[in-house]
Design a protein around this ligand. Structure first.
Ligand code: GDP
Ligand code: MG
Length: 291
């Protein structure tokens, strides 16, 4: 009967706060522009069985190669095992319409070897966009459990709660072999820090963050790199990750634009058609000349 920590992580605008509100019964402000959640918010969730969870809503972040203060909040929490909110399970929230981009962050979190659940949110938009998913394939390739959620309709939340309750069954295997971005360098890192996860080390070296017992200044000069070199390696890492994601989605996701024929899809396309601009313009002209 213990409180576990659950961190909600994801790109801006994917529905993290909406999922947070469902899990906690709270009513945090939801918005359709980024930057609403600027610091961590904590809520409480009763799980199936006897467990409870602290749910931590985090600012939106595109990757763990932090460049903004918002993103640093996420990196510092994930790299600091001593933080009292350090997650027992990371829930990465994604938007079904932007899976490819959203999965970049998922693969990075997965590679920190924290138990991770993937929420694919906005499931209510799949029909109108002609998107179908092979969940079993995605779970297999990404080495994770998936909850297909619509926080708009409130579906999939019970599945998510059950997955959180069963977090001990989640795999902590990484999904991308990061050491291949510079094998010699990562080998040296591994030898110098036999008890550390090299991907964590790599994140600490790549930016100014501390993680608990291992502070950045403890890393010998031999391992520091020029900013240009770090940027080059980060780019290589991103390319590797997108290769993996593309391969995974090639089988796991089908987007059939011709199937996007539901009323919603038609309405969407009709309402956003640029011809409306001209029609309204003409109507205004007509009104002016008639009066
Ligand atoms: P956050 O930035 O990740 O915290 O995202 P929010 O929870 O603030 O939601 C961003 C926008 O997406 C808001 O306009 C929500 O109403 C909308 N949204 C969230 N979940 C869903 C969903 O399941 N379906 C649809 N259609 N829209 C959603
Ligand atoms: Mg938010």
């Amino acid at each position: 009967n213990q409180n576990i920590n659950v961190a909600l992580i994801g790109n801006p605008n994917v529905g993290k706060t909406s999922v947070f509100n469902h899990l906690t019964g709270l009513n945090q402000h939801v918005g359709n522009y980024p930057g609403i959640t600027v610091e961590k918010k904590v809520g409480f969730c009763k799980l199936p069985g006897h467990n409870h969870a602290n749910i931590v809503d985090l600012p939106g972040t595109y990757s763990l190669n932090a460049s903004s203060i918002d993103e640093n909040v996420v990196v510092e929490l994930l790299l600091n095992k001593n933080d009292k909110l350090f997650p027992d399970v990371a829930v990465v929230v994604t938007d079904v319409e932007n899976l490819k981009r959203n999965l970049l962050l998922f693969t990075q979190i997965k590679d920190l070897q924290i138990p991770t659940i993937l929420v694919i949110n906005m499931a209510d938009r799949m029909d109108r966009k002609g998107i179908s998913l092979d969940i079993a394939h995605l779970e297999d390739k990404l080495n994770t459990k998936i909850a297909l959620v619509s926080s708009r309709k409130g579906t999939g939340i019970d599945t998510l709660k059950q997955l959180i309750a069963d977090y001990k069954l989640l795999s902590t295997q990484p999904c991308v072999d990061t050491s291949s971005i510079d094998p010699a360098y990562f080998d040296q890192l591994r030898q110098a820090f036999p008890n550390q996860d090299v991907y964590k080390l790599w994140l600490v070296i790549g930016q100014d963050v501390n993680f608990g017992h291992l502070e950045r200044h403890q890393i010998p000069n031999a391992f520091t790199k020029s900013v240009a070199e770090l940027k080059r390696l980060q780019q290589k890492e991103t390319i590797k990750r997108y290769q993996f994601i593309n391969d995974t989605l090639k089988v796991g996701q089908k987007i059939d634009a011709s199937k996007a024929t539901s009323l919603g899809g038609k309405l969407d396309r009709i309402l956003t058609h640029k011809v409306w601009g001209y029609v309204i313009f003409a109507a205004i002209l007509l009104l002016i000349f008639q009066s």
